[in-house]
Design a protein around this ligand. Structure first.
Ligand SMILES: Nc1ncnc2c1ncn2[C@@H]1O[C@H](COP(=O)(O)OP(=O)(O)OP(=O)(O)O)[C@@H](O)[C@H]1O
Length: 252
């Protein structure tokens, strides 16, 4: 047992329905200080909705979200950001006509109102995510990989203790995935705790100490990447009813 690792994030009995569809159904999870935790699950499992409820973009129907022990359930995103938690978005939307530097400064203004300080912070963070040479490029001129890095940088510029990453590797090639995995690892080494939604299993396996699996709004498994990959219920959720038996003894 690891002693002394406190919970940064606690989610309990969280529910969110859309017109009767239970997108998140009694979900619970914990993220401890310094961890990288992954949230995985088939398409439509409720991962993004759970993130949105945690970060204040949706008001949950019921349940509790605690950040460092404080109840933040239903608080507005900017207040949650000020409290030290920020999320990125799956669909990246950089400001197209302004530079990478200015895009990152938008995040930095969450911590400072001084323009020079925000610019200096933006430049330091750009270097941290490997965008030091692209500071003057316009948002519109970035590749998919560049937009993903910028999304990460904008979030990081707000100075979070807990960073929620929604599919930052989607659409990237294996080389780009390898590079962003290293960036994420370095962010954690710098003291930021990370919860990430990810479909790229190679990245989940190499980054995450623990994984939660969501299916139809419910957490169906939790454990190390190897433990959840060997879980019959998880195999069923991804591949359909009876899959575990069809795959044979290893998953039965
Ligand atoms: N704003 C909304 N209004 C109505 N239904 C929604 C809304 N957002 C999500 N849903 C539905 O809630 C369910 C969960 O969606 P969600 O996007 O959270 O899943 P996901 O696990 O993030 O999926 P993916 O991996 O495909 O991004 C889906 O059935 C989706 O259609």
């Amino acid at each position: 047992m690891i002693l002394g690792r406190r919970d940064v994030l606690e989610v309990r009995r969280l529910c969110k329905a859309f017109s009767g569809l239970k997108a998140v159904d009694d979900a619970a999870l914990d993220v401890r200080a310094g961890e990288i935790v992954a949230l995985i699950g088939p398409n439509g499992a409720g991962k993004t909705t759970l993130f949105a409820c945690i970060a204040g973009f949706h008001k949950p129907d019921s349940g509790v979200v605690r950040l460092d022990g404080a109840d933040i359930t239903g608080r507005a995103p900017h207040r949650i950001c000020a409290a030290g938690m920020v999320r990125t978005f799956q669909i990246t939307q950089p400001f197209a006509t302004i530079s990478v530097r200015e895009n990152i400064m938008v995040g930095a203004y969450a911590r400072t109102s001084d323009r020079d300080a925000a610019a200096a912070r933006a430049e330091a963070i750009a270097r941290q995510v490997g965008m030091g040479a692209q500071l003057d490029r316009r948002g519109a001129d970035l590749t998919v990989a560049g937009r993903k890095r910028l999304e990460l940088a904008r979030a990081l510029a707000t100075g979070p203790r807990l960073l929620l990453l929604d599919e930052v590797m989607a659409g990237l090639n294996p080389t780009e995935i390898g590079e962003i995995v290293e960036v994420i690892r370095a962010i954690r080494t710098g003291g930021v705790t990370i919860l990430l939604i990810e479909h790229v299993m190679q990245a989940v396996t190499s980054l995450a100490e623990r994984v939660y699996v969501l299916n139809q709004g419910r957490v169906i498994a939790e454990g190390t990447p190897a433990q959840v990959a060997a879980d019959a219920g998880v195999v069923e959720a991804y591949l359909g009813h009876g899959a575990a038996a069809r795959l044979g003894g290893a998953h039965a």
